[in-house]
Design a binder for this molecule. Structure first.
Ligand code: 13P
Ligand code: SF4
Length: 306
């Protein structure tokens, strides 16, 4: 079937038909293009999408997001066919630590527990004690026995935020999100001066100097909850969430913290690519059984807390 000349409406109808025929579910991250969010069975943050992947009855999961998210879905639902919406949609932060590097670090601190942000490879998750997302990092770090040393990988900003909130001393890996880490105190100052009566909420992948001067810090779903409760908000995360919120709450006054906050990887998937992926069952995620088994333990420990 050639879908190249189909209109957006025809593509949406095709998505509905394919989901039914193939017993497929489409999970979409909050940063994806609105046209992709429009064909979703579920749109959410990393934690919500991981939970949906774990509980779905569908045979096929089309994951519209980036590689670590589709891998997480596969680890939690290993018998299902999991497809990633674009073959090259990765997360540069997830590539900032390898399983070999983590093993070396663990050998220096043999009694430490490893808390691993889900924005990591399956192999790194398999080497970790427990996973976390930006929704539950504080809770997960706080749940680890006080006498234990904690290694936090790969995001030093999320780790610093969890350390501050829990009062725990974490050994932080030097990873970061290229989209959130570029935002500085100067950007906050400019936005605050331009919108003096707005509240500012930022994602915890932002630097400590940015989180410190925000009114609130939260994951993409926590930002959505915050916007529900307030009328004028500066949104400090990837621009896709801002677009979703403007569509959802046209009556509110919302502005992005910075137009620079665009994740190229999240924008690789458009409506046509997503549907072609499902139609042709492309980009299937496949992981070694041992990695699935070990990474599942870390992810399931996290889900017990959430
Ligand atoms: P959330 O879990 O908050 O949706 O964040 C995922 C992500 O990649 C942030 O950059
Ligand atoms: Fe990775 Fe940052 Fe993109 Fe999130 S926004 S997927 S952390 S590069």
């Amino acid at each position: 079937m050639n879908i190249e000349n189909l209109s957006k409406n025809d593509l949406k109808q095709l998505a509905t038909k394919l989901k039914k025929e193939k017993n497929a579910v489409i999970l979409v991250h909050n940063y994806q293009l609105l046209e992709v969010q429009a064909i979703a069975d579920f749109v959410g943050d990393s934690l919500q999408l991981a939970k949906e992947a774990a509980r779905t009855d569908a045979e096929i999961i089309l994951f519209c997001g980036v590689l670590f998210m589709a891998e997480t879905a596969k680890i939690l639902s290993p018998k299902k066919t999991v497809l990633l919406s674009h073959p090259n949609a990765g997360c540069p932060m997830a590539d900032m630590i390898t399983a070999t590097q983590l093993r070396e670090l663990k050998s220096q601190y043999p009694n430490a527990e490893v808390v691993c942000y889900v924005n990591s490879s399956a192999a790194v998750k398999a080497e970790s004690t427990v996973c976390c997302t930006s929704s539950n990092a504080v809770e997960i770090v706080g749940s680890i026995a006080k006498e234990k040393k904690i290694i936090f990988v790969p995001d030093k900003n999320l780790g610093a935020y969890a350390a501050k909130k829990t009062g725990r001393d974490l050994l932080l890996w030097n990873g970061f999100c290229i989209v959130h880490h570029q935002i500085t105190y100067q950007d906050v100052k400019i936005a605050r001066e331009k919108y003096p009566d707005y509240l500012l909420i930022v994602h915890p992948e932002c630097k400590p100097e940015v989180c410190k001067y925000a009114d609130a810090v939260g994951s993409t779903s926590q930002i959505t909850k915050f916007v529900k409760l307030h009328e004028k908000v500066i949104i400090g995360t990837e621009i896709g969430l801002f677009h979703q919120l403007v569509q959802k709450y046209p009556e509110k006054k919302l502005v992005p913290l910075s137009e620079k906050m665009l994740c190229k990887n999240m924008k690789k998937t458009d409506l046509q690519t997503a549907i072609a992926t499902l139609l042709e069952e492309r980009n299937e995620i496949s992981l070694p059984a041992k990695i699935i088994e070990n990474a599942q333990t870390s992810l399931e420990r996290m889900l017990l807390f959430s």
